[in-house]
Design a binder for this molecule. Sequence first.
Ligand SMILES: Nc1ncnc2c1ncn2[C@@H]1O[C@H](COP(=O)(O)OP(=O)(O)OP(=O)(O)O)[C@@H](O)[C@H]1O
Length: 277
Amino acid sequence: MIEFRSVTKTYPDGTAAVADFDLVIPPHRTTVLVGSSGSGKTTLLRMINRMVEPTSGVIEIDGASILDRDPVKLRRSIGYVLQNGGLLPHHKVVDNVTTVLRLEGTPRGPARERALELLDTVGLDRGLADRYPSQLSGGQQQRVGVARALAADPNILLMDEPFGAVDPIVRAELQTETIRLQRELEKTVVFVTHDVDEAFLLGDQVVILEKGAQVAQIGSPSEILENPASEFVASFIGADRGARALRTKHTDHGTVLVDGRGRTQGVLVDDLVEDGA
Ligand SMILES: Nc1ncnc2c1ncn2[C@@H]1O[C@H](COP(=O)(O)OP(=O)(O)OP(=O)(O)O)[C@@H](O)[C@H]1O
């Protein structure tokens, strides 16, 4: 579990990026921080691995303040995936994946074997191991970035807009892969995006942020969709524009659900009634 208590970050130029922020991030689940540009998402993420130090407040991992941890060791024990993959261009894929392992003293042979296993894990062909990042597609580079983040088998994986720079089809593939990986590996994932659809797709817990990292709403996707806490949230998730409104349409074969543009989104199964409890 990761916990923020009264965390504030004011940058030296006076920008109040995060003001009095509280959050509990449950283990083995995906928490998504979503908000518009400048709402403080990246600052929050980077405070977890001490790439940014809070101005005040406490951040704990499993009940212990991260200030008591050596920053370098802490950073290496937490996986971090960036938007552009953050790969070193003059290092082969295998060397990018094994950077942290090598720094921690794993010999070359076992490190390479681990890298090849990780390529399997993220759905990449082992034959790509000796290529350079520029010889891969954007989607493949992102997968290498995920493999690298998983190399030291961290419990926590931080992902900062990891799919922002790839086309929509590859993005959808990577989102599906992320869900599969999380189920398989049961990491605690903290994911930053400005895309509310991505947040609802990936998040077990979604945190909608306004400027200064003020929490507008926190809950499961269903809880937020069913009951937006404010006009800001309704507008942010598109509920006010009817974008998420579904209507029933009766056909000769049963009842389907259609969206605002008339596209069929699903089939109504009337024996599947939940009481919402
Ligand atoms: N090193 C810095 N020095 C000064 N101000 C900063 C610094 N880093 C971020 N900020 C400011 O802090 C605020 C929050 O930035 P942050 O990057 O955390 O937001 P974000 O929600 O991740 O935005 P984006 O989606 O655009 O990446 C912004 O106003 C930003 O300009």
